[in-house]
Design a protein around this ligand. Structure first.
Ligand SMILES: Nc1ncnc2c1ncn2[C@@H]1O[C@H](COP(=O)(O)OP(=O)(O)O)[C@@H](O)[C@H]1O
Ligand SMILES: O=P(O)(O)OC[C@H]1O[C@H](OP(=O)(O)OP(=O)(O)O)[C@H](O)[C@@H]1O
Length: 179
């Protein structure tokens, strides 16, 4: 299931909360993304590769979905596709622009949109401290890149505590696993 929303809204934090809460549930898989960012950058648990390595992985069909955004490349490993085939609920931080591709490849896709007002997103990007001003500007420029179709997704408000949004994601995922 794609977890989407603008950079800085809290997708990785909410995902990490849910992953911890659901760690003993064998039918849930939280995907580790491959990103062209140094592994030392911190934040989400990701596989850091160079641009060259990423291109090689694309050529070798190592990703079921991949996309560029704010100067980086992001990939979802093919193992995620195998987990979907095995009937697991597979959860990954995705670009909003990849929802259509995800739906095409995985018909049961239900996007989960994490939301918060602009001022909160901006403040979170700054306090995260991982990006410089230029990188933050690229992320803020994409804030309104996409408007959710109300019927086609689940929305989770992350303007309050992480626990509230995290538990909302846990409840949503448990509901999907029970379908
Ligand atoms: N509910 C919350 N309350 C306070 N801070 C939050 C909350 N959710 C996320 N954050 C903080 O906001 C920043 C951006 O969150 P992150 O999970 O990296 O966002 P994204 O994955 O959407 O880019 C991080 O520093 C994180 O600790
Ligand atoms: O097309 P968009 O919906 O704007 O998304 C662009 C990228 O930003 C999001 O990642 P994330 O927020 O994790 O990026 P960051 O950690 O590099 O800021 C999302 O998962 C994409 O990789």
């Amino acid at each position: 299931m794609p977890v989407v929303g603008p950079s800085g809204v809290g997708k990785d934090s909410v995902l990490a909360y849910a992953a911890t809460e659901l760690r003993n549930e064998a039918d849930m898989v939280f995907v580790r993304r491959t990103v062209t960012r140094p592994t030392t950058a911190g934040g989400e648990d990701f596989i850091g590769v160079t641009e060259k390595e990423f291109t090689r992985l694309v050529e070798n069909n190592a990703f079921c979905l991949h996309w560029p955004a704010h100067g980086l490349h992001y990939g979802i490993p093919m193992s995620a596709s195998a987990a979907v085939d095995a009937g697991k609920v597979v959860v990954a931080n995705l670009s909003r622009g990849m929802i259509a591709a995800a739906r095409e490849r995985f018909p049961r896709t239900l996007p989960i949109a994490i939301t918060a007002p602009r001022a909160i997103v901006e403040q979170r990007l700054r306090s995260r401290g991982r990006e410089d001003d230029a990188s933050i500007a690229l992320r803020l420029a994409r804030l309104d890149a996409w408007q959710a179709e109300e019927n086609d997704l689940v929305k989770i408000d992350n303007s309050g505590s992480l626990e509230m949004a995290g538990m909302a994601l846990v409840t949503t995922l448990r509901g999907l696993a029970a379908r």
